[in-house]
Design a protein around this ligand. Structure first.
Ligand SMILES: *Cc1c(COP(=O)(O)O)cnc(C)c1O
Length: 374
């Protein structure tokens, strides 16, 4: 994939914001609790490696990713801390897992049986580090029944090819006001833990929302801190964060053409907008191929501290905005971030798209260069 550097559209990532967000959280953690920074999906679109480096400098003790390849990217960048892959890795990739010294998530007994057969063929090797996942109510992956979990633990304990490194669960509603389901999940997980005769090195349950708002439910000795470190409130704007979260990502561009059109001129594919009077129209080189989706038509961008509506359809590579007056080519356009005392937050974009900011961040395509500021 080509990253388009020779164009004024950029995502500016403020690493200081990530550093500070993490620092604040690390300071609040109970003694003996470590933070694993979640940098899956290219660090929620912010760039996995630069984010991981900032997280490390701020006190993260390990990392979580979603896929084997994301873990490899971190290792190859020189990160030596623990890396946990949160989703299921097929046993057929175990030699890669071992080569890169990664920790993996196991969600079924069957996986362990398959893995054992494969590991037997490897000869002498260090054991594969395994975190058992408990499905306490997310309904996604993990052990639901205690007997299954116990059998899995017995299997792990009897194998010298596998090391039981962790046990964890994931909460479905920690970002909501109503805590009843969270409490139910937490208590299920707690009961499972209480009935174990041995504990692994790492026990974890908390995502950002649990960590920010539900100290009582913060089971274990590790948190998996994701969206909040990017400066985004996990609940959107439902719950108030206990400390200021500083948004790390700014999305900017420039106008590449400015023209005055008379009344009744069409703008964009399908001529969905017609000038209502004589209007100044600016063209901005960003479109749905950059992750700024067509549904953003009608949303307002910031130019010189003023809201400028996206008029006409968003094209693949460009869009048009209505300017309040003539501005020179090269004038800065802010799509996310601050401009002239005003701000567009990722949450506002998410609200407009009827989605969550997590998705907005992940949508930004690889074509948009990520530029890092300290
Ligand atoms: C993505 C993810 C997290 C991080 O969640 P945030 O809401 O971004 O903090 C934690 N745990 C698991 C299992 C995840 O998939």
């Amino acid at each position: 994939m080509v990253v388009t550097y020779h164009r004024p559209t950029r995502a500016i990532i403020h690493r200081k914001a990530i550093f500070e967000n993490i620092k604040k959280e690390v300071k609040r953690l109970p003694a003996g609790t470590e933070m694993f920074a979640v940098v899956k999906a290219n660090g929620y679109g912010h760039g996995a490696v630069p984010v991981a480096q900032a997280a490390l400098a701020a006190g993260a003790a390990g990392f979580c990713v979603a896929t084997l390849d994301e873990a490899i990217e971190l290792r190859e960048s020189g990160i030596i801390e623990p890396i946990l892959i949160l989703s299921v890795v097929f046993p057929s990739y175990l030699s890669v897992v071992l080569d890169y010294d990664l920790s993996i998530t196991v969600a079924t007994k069957e996986w362990l049986v398959d893995a054992q057969d494969i590991l037997e063929t490897f000869g002498e090797n260090h054991p594969v580090k395994i975190h058992l996942k408990v499905d306490s109510g997310m309904g996604r992956i993990g052990f639901r029944e205690e007997p299954d979990l116990k059998e899995a633990i017995d299997l792990l304990e009897s194998s010298d090819k596998m090391e039981w490194e962790g046990i964890f669960t994931h909460f479905a509603t920690a970002d909501e006001v109503d805590q009843s389901y969270l409490k139910k999940q937490a208590s299920r997980f707690k009961t499972m833990l209480e009935n174990l005769t041995k504990m692994p090195r790492y026990i974890h349950a908390s995502n950002s929302a649990t960590t920010l708002w539900h100290e009582d439910e913060m089971l274990g000795n590790v948190i998996r801190y994701g969206v909040a470190m990017y400066g985004l409130n996990p609940s959107g704007d439902v719950l108030t964060e206990p400390y200021h979260l500083n948004p790390a990502l700014e999305l900017i561009s420039e106008v590449i053409q400015v023209k005055e059109l008379p009344k009744d001129e069409g703008i964009g594919y399908g001529k969905t907008y017609t000038t209502k009077e004589s209007e100044w129209i600016g063209t901005v080189p960003i479109g749905y191929a950059d992750g700024w989706v067509r549904k953003m038509q009608g949303f307002s961008l910031l130019v010189d501290g003023q809201a400028c509506e996206i008029v006409g359809r968003v094209c693949m590579d460009q869009l048009m905005i209505r300017l309040p007056k003539k501005y020179p080519v090269g004038t800065k356009v802010t799509l996310i971030g601050k401009n002239g005392g005003k701000e567009i937050t990722m949450q506002q974009v998410a609200d407009y798209l009827e989605t969550i900011h997590y998705e907005v961040a992940c949508l930004l395509s690889e074509r948009v260069p990520r530029m890092y500021r300290e």
